[in-house]
Design a protein around this ligand. Structure first.
Ligand code: ADP
Ligand code: MG
Length: 413
């Protein structure tokens, strides 16, 4: 489904959970909605699924109006499906029954139903587990059941809310490749909500980065990692050095660090004197070599090793630049503390971000309630949804989205 979201707002009473969010998801793409806890991700999914009606703004799917202020087309009429954080499997239903359920509800003929269930179970590698119950499955297998159930009815859009957060770290790593492959094979559009930047980078065609209910930046994984627009985006996407630079008064596009190293080749125009420019240098964009070594031309300077720690894949090295500022680098060698080394920045076009000087902050959220003083914490929305997990609680929207039994009679399906 191609999805068009226009200037969406949502308030829980006095709390603005989502402010002025717009996006256009083309058919067949996988987008990640990435942000810290409390940034409005689950609220956005609730609005897209039709569990919530917006306070302002509109949602369109394939040219059809799905939501407007105070009104939402019911979840079961949206051709969307959802994968919940806790998978929401029904304990008394086998894998095959669970996955068949959306088709049973849709009154798909038995032979067609059986064929499609087999096909989906094969694509998530669960064909040998069709007769098992949830308690006889591992966490990764349960997740695959939830994904199979979300895909079986050929939805146009799959919404996934932190589907990896209940899996252990090693499993997450293998599942993210597999999940992306399954979604692409099915050709569905998907919005994948996560607070894990690695998942977002690995899975998504585009990432929508959120903070405090607002979109911070939207772009490809490379855009977000290599060309972040704000300090929040820099930090959220990974470890970074930010070195203050000043524009060369005479030469446009040339910038100088506090220790006299010049950067060429930025497209940046020097901005007004107030505010500062920061050069983004991720730890893996820095190469260290012995002081005496011959270093090719480029952006190089001398620095002193102040600390280092071995992390297996590389050493994380802390250095002091000539002006006293700190630098973090990844290196294949463990240097000695106190050693002077040559630092070379990898030859990519330097990326600068600009921010107001302290005290000049201009882009505070206009609504103080966007900043949750209590911190993230479990949300009422989530709690409300959780409460409806029990399959006998027939008419809940969550169950409709997951295509749960309508009542206890149909559990034999
Ligand atoms: P995320 O999924 O990114 O962690 P949420 O969408 O759950 O964020 O929450 C966004 C904001 O809305 C948070 O400040 C949260 O506390 C608040 N919030 C979420 N659900 C409710 C609710 N049912 N009632 C009041 N505030 C809520
Ligand atoms: Mg959430």
């Amino acid at each position: 489904m191609s999805l068009k979201v226009r200037s969406l707002h949502y308030r829980y009473g006095s709390v603005t959970a989502l402010a002025d969010l717009s996006l256009e998801l083309p058919q067949g793409q996988i987008w990640a909605v990435l942000g810290p806890s409390g940034s409005g991700k689950t609220t956005l999914l609730g609005l897209l699924a039709g569990l919530l009606a917006p306070t302002a703004g509109e949602i369109w799917g394939e040219g059809r109006l799905l939501s407007r202020p105070g009104w939402a087309l019911p979840p079961e009429r949206r051709r969307m499906s959802m994968v919940f954080q806790d998978f929401a499997l029904w304990p008394h239903m086998t894998v095959a029954q669970t996955v068949a359920f959306p088709l049973t509800v849709a009154k798909v003929p038995e032979s067609e139903r059986r064929r499609r269930v087999e096909e989906v179970l094969r694509s998530v590698r669960l064909e040998a587990f069709a007769k098992r119950y949830p308690h006889e499955l591992s966490g990764g297998q349960r997740q695959r059941v939830a994904i199979a159930r979300a895909l079986v009815g050929r939805p146009s859009l799959v919404l996934l809310d932190e589907p990896m957060s209940n899996l252990d770290a090693r499993l997450r790593e293998s599942m993210r490749l597999e999940l992306a492959a399954t979604l692409r094979q099915e050709g569905v559009s998907a919005l994948y909500v996560t607070h894990d930047r690695i998942e977002a980078l690995a899975i998504a065609d585009k990432i929508l980065l959120m903070d405090a209910g607002k979109k911070v930046q939207e772009g490809t994984p490379q855009d977000l990692y290599q060309r972040p627009q704000t300090r929040f985006a820099v930090d959220f996407m990974g470890a970074a050095n930010l070195l203050a630079v000043k524009p060369d008064p005479d030469r446009r596009g040339v910038w100088t660090t506090g220790f006299g190293v010049r950067l060429h080749g930025t497209e940046e125009e020097p901005r007004q004197e107030e505010g500062q420019a920061l050069w983004l240098l991720r730890p893996e964009q820095v190469a260290l070599s012995a002081k005496a070594a011959v270093v090719p031309d480029g952006i190089v300077w001398a620095a002193t090793v102040t600390d280092r720690v071995y992390l297996g894949a590389y050493w994380e090295v802390a250095l002091r630049n000539p002006d006293g500022t700190q630098l973090r680098a990844h290196s294949q060698e463990g240097w000695s503390i106190g050693e002077e080394v040559t630092v070379a920045a990898l030859p990519t076009a330097p990326w600068l971000i600009h921010e107001p000087m302290p005290g000049q902050e201009t882009d505070q959220p206009e609504d103080a309630s966007l900043q949750d003083p209590q911190g993230p914490g479990p949300t009422l929305l989530r709690r409300r949804i959780r409460k409806t997990v029990a399959p006998r609680d027939g008419t809940s929207h969550r169950d409709q989205l997951a295509r749960a039994p309508e009542d206890s009679d149909s559990t034999s399906a």
